[in-house]
Write a protein that binds this ligand. Structure first.
Ligand code: HEM
Length: 415
């Protein structure tokens, strides 16, 4: 059987105009979680839901090499990184990331993030200022992750580097000249981090052995050849950039604490309730809309035929909002996680499947840690007011954010 097809027009523009909901809307219209279309001038199959996600992560049927569109490689991801590897080359590279995100290292990063929160809050209180949380977090997280990874960051460069790291994820998906700001930022970040890698290799910078800077400077490919400095730099950016991007989730956390007061109160009652609140933030709020891979060969799945070389999109946001797995998906309800631990393919805010053997994000522990520390600061240490502002989420932006960026006025800090 062939897969349902929407009219043979290219959907690149409509998809970019509504990046989180386009696939779900078309699926609902066709009554199918899989449909065919054209995207970026290529025949494309869109998948959504738990079954579709399980298929997408079948590495026998799909490859990632060359799958990601060039505008994303030239901004968000960089060239030559782990995202575009397959098979043994992928497993070998991925093991480095898994080593860098062990529990004790994640806690050490969390402690630095918490210290940044306290220092920043004291500064805000001294200045008596109302702050835009999204802007402040970019600097706080840049300082924290650079210190933790032992990536040198002179004080005079903090704003510059934070601005570039943020542009990689915040401007990459823009449909206006801001996209070119992201390309510029990619060149600047790659050059900066290549310099750091060379400094480590030539002994001018001596980071501790358990740090990302050390591990990536000394990383080799499966054949034992050291990674090209450019590639090691892209991988170091693969740690720094997404850690700074966690700012988006922290803004969502502040948004949920403010707009869901009952759920927020319940979340302060136990650690399990807090963790459920954090999981619901990752399920409910829109961050990464979708992923792309290419079929390795012809195959038939659930009676539907996939030809070799087909571009396939997995709708992450739609899968997290699939009513078959998540009843009342548009309601923010942390309690849903109390009796129902998420599966490997129905809860995919940071990808699905297995961390080590597949492409699932190795940073889930880091994201949880940063959200947990931020939750504790925002609920027990920092007293603040939320001024009147436009808190509606802009689902046409990548990443979606509250339109205001979340302003808050600090009142007091418990030491
Ligand atoms: C991969 C989301 C934080 C490092 C991914 C993927 C998603 C994702 C959707 C793709 C999975 C796939 O291709 O199947 C997020 C979100 C984050 C976040 C929404 C919140 C800010 C982090 C952090 C790190 C990180 C803190 C730092 C270690 C990576 C790497 C990959 C990845 C290296 C590529 C993995 C691979 O291809 O095997 N992430 N991530 N991410 N993430 Fe994250």
């Amino acid at each position: 059987m062939s897969i349902p097809r929407i009219p043979p027009r290219d959907v690149t523009l409509p998809l970019l105009a509504d990046p989180y909901r386009f696939v779900s809307k078309e699926s609902a219209r066709l009554g199918s979680d899989a449909f065919q279309t054209r995207l970026l001038c290529r025949g494309t199959t869109c998948l959504k839901g738990e079954k579709g996600a399980a298929l997408f992560y079948d590495a026998e049927r799909f490859r990632r090499e060359g799958a990601m569109p060039s505008p994303i490689r030239k901004t968000l991801l960089g060239e030559g990184g782990v995202q575009g590897l397959d098979g043994e080359a992928h497993r070998h590279r991925k093991a480095i990331f898994m080593g860098l995100t062990q529990a004790d290292r994640v806690r050490a990063l969390g402690a630095r993030v918490e210290a940044e929160w306290i220092e920043a809050a004291e500064r805000w209180l001294r200045a008596g200022a109302t702050i835009r949380l999204y802007d402040e977090l970019a600097t706080m997280l840049t300082r924290a992750v650079c210190a933790w990874s032992e990536t040198p960051l002179p004080e005079a460069d903090v704003q510059l580097r934070a601005g570039h790291l943020r542009a990689l994820f915040d401007a990459a998906g823009a449909r206006n000249p801001r996209h070119f700001w992201s390309r510029h930022a990619r060149r600047r970040v790659d050059r900066w981090l290549k310099g750091v890698i060379e400094d480590v290799r030539e002994g001018r910078h001596r980071p501790a052995e358990n740090t990302a800077t050390f591990a990536l400077a000394h990383a080799r490919d499966p054949g034992g050849t050291p990674l090209a400095a450019e590639v090691a730099a892209v991988e170091l950016a693969n740690i720094l950039r997404p850690t700074v991007a966690t700012a988006v989730y922290v803004v969502f956390l502040a948004h949920a604490l403010h707009t869901q007061p009952e759920a927020a109160r319940a979340a302060t009652q136990s650690l399990a309730a807090r963790d459920a609140f954090i999981e619901e933030i990752r399920r409910f709020y829109p961050f990464f809309p979708s992923l792309v891979a290419t079929t390795r060969r012809d195959f038939v799945w659930e009676g539907l035929s996939f030809p070799e070389g087909r571009q396939v999109i997995l709708d992450l946001y739609g899968t997290n909002h699939d009513a078959n797995a998540w009843p009342d998906p548009e309601i923010f309800r942390p309690a849903r996680f109390a009796n129902r631990p998420p599966g490997a393919f129905d809860f995919v805010p940071q990808g699905g499947g297995d961390h080590l053997t597949g492409h699932r994000c190795p940073g889930e522990g880091i994201v949880h840690e940063i959200l947990m520390r931020s939750f504790d600061v925002l609920t027990t240490r920092l007293r603040y007011e939320v001024p009147k502002q436009d808190l509606r989420l802009n689902l046409r932006r990548l990443p979606a954010l509250p339109r205001s960026g979340f302003f808050l006025r600090p009142l007091d800090l418990a030491r």
